[in-house]
Write a protein that binds this ligand. Structure first.
Ligand code: ATP
Ligand code: MG
Length: 284
């Protein structure tokens, strides 16, 4: 019994999706043109598809799982469940208009024509806002639509906003934020659910390892308690006596996002020889 997972064949998600599976210890020898590969050491089969097709395959149960952008899941609106957010491919979907336009609020769009590859998300949004717009669905290069007279505004993916500026546009409203997600079929057999649980266990270990760092430092015994209070650790830090009289070595785990703040506090309390290491896997 194999779990079937679909990932993007070629594009912004493909490399990161494969990397996540690899970090979960799932090895695939992906030749250049294969569409399907079986992992050597885990009961999983990987299918390489266009991201647009993944929700449909998952809904029909042709594959059990898929990795793709939340934006694509919402746009396709298929009957699938979001099993886990994956924390990569973060972007936002925004409305943009020519930069010289005066913008005072959403009512600007009343009666206007908007070009997008995400017609469903956009029409749901304006319906809720009770604003009438005309939606022009196009497949790509949405940013040039206003300059060639196809539409007065656009609704598209933005990550840094530099493409908008290059095309003389300004972002005026963010409608959705998105990241890569793992989606799944609604009715998995108990056998497959078991494999999925094993996979999720590994994904969680990979995610917490990237959110945490391992820290080692030397501390004067006089300030030991204060230093321990700065370092919450997973349970409590490990303390080892140093050969140098009056000093100890402390080992602990700290969160990536509070990292610099903690280092500063530790230095203020006399900590020395601070080493911060990557954690490869973390099982709580
Ligand atoms: P496919 O050929 O598989 O249909 P695509 O052209 O639809 O690919 P990509 O451009 O590879 O899609 O983007 C895939 C997903 O990556 C998007 O749906 C979105 O979730 C995310 N994404 C797209 N652009 C960016 C960006 N600039 N920054 C971050 N994430 C992005
Ligand atoms: Mg696509």
């Amino acid at each position: 019994m194999n779990l079937k997972i679909a990932i993007q064949k070629k594009g912004r998600l493909s490399e990161k999706s494969l990397q996540l599976l690899e970090e979960c210890g799932i090895n695939i020898s992906n030749g250049s043109r294969v569409l399907k590969a079986k992992a050597k050491n885990f009961p999983i089969e990987i299918l390489f598809l266009r991201d647009d097709d993944i929700p449909q395959y998952v809904e029909q149960g042709v594959v059990d799982l898929g990795i793709l952008g939340e934006n694509e899941v919402l746009e396709k609106d298929k009957d699938v469940s979001i099993v886990s957010k994956l924390g990569f491919a973060q972007c936002r979907l925004s409305l943009a208009i020519p930069k010289e336009e005066d913008y005072k609020g959403l009512s600007y769009f009343e009666g206007k024509k908007i070009a997008t590859s995400y017609p469903k998300i956009l029409s749901n949004f304006f319906e809720k806002e009770n604003i009438n717009v005309q939606i022009e669905e196009i497949g790509g290069s949405v940013e040039i639509a206003p300059s060639i007279g196809l539409a007065q505004g656009i609704f598209d993916i933005v990550s840094t906003g530099s493409t908008l500026i290059t095309n003389g546009l300004k972002e005026v409203e963010t409608i959705l934020t998105s990241e890569a997600v793992l989606i799944g079929t609604k009715n998995l057999s108990s056998e497959k659910q078991e494999i999925l649980d094993r996979l999720l266990f590994r994904i969680n270990a990979v995610q917490s390892s990237s959110e945490n760092k391992y820290i080692l430092l030397n501390a004067p015994n006089d300030n030991l308690q204060e230093i321990i209070n700065i370092l919450p650790g997973i349970k409590s830090p490990t303390i080892l006596p140093l050969a140098k009289e009056g000093w100890s070595s402390i080992h602990s785990v700290i969160k990536e996002d509070t990292f610099w703040e903690i280092i500063e506090q530790l230095k203020n309390k006399g900590a020395e020889g601070i080493l911060v290491l990557e954690i490869e896997k973390m099982i709580l």
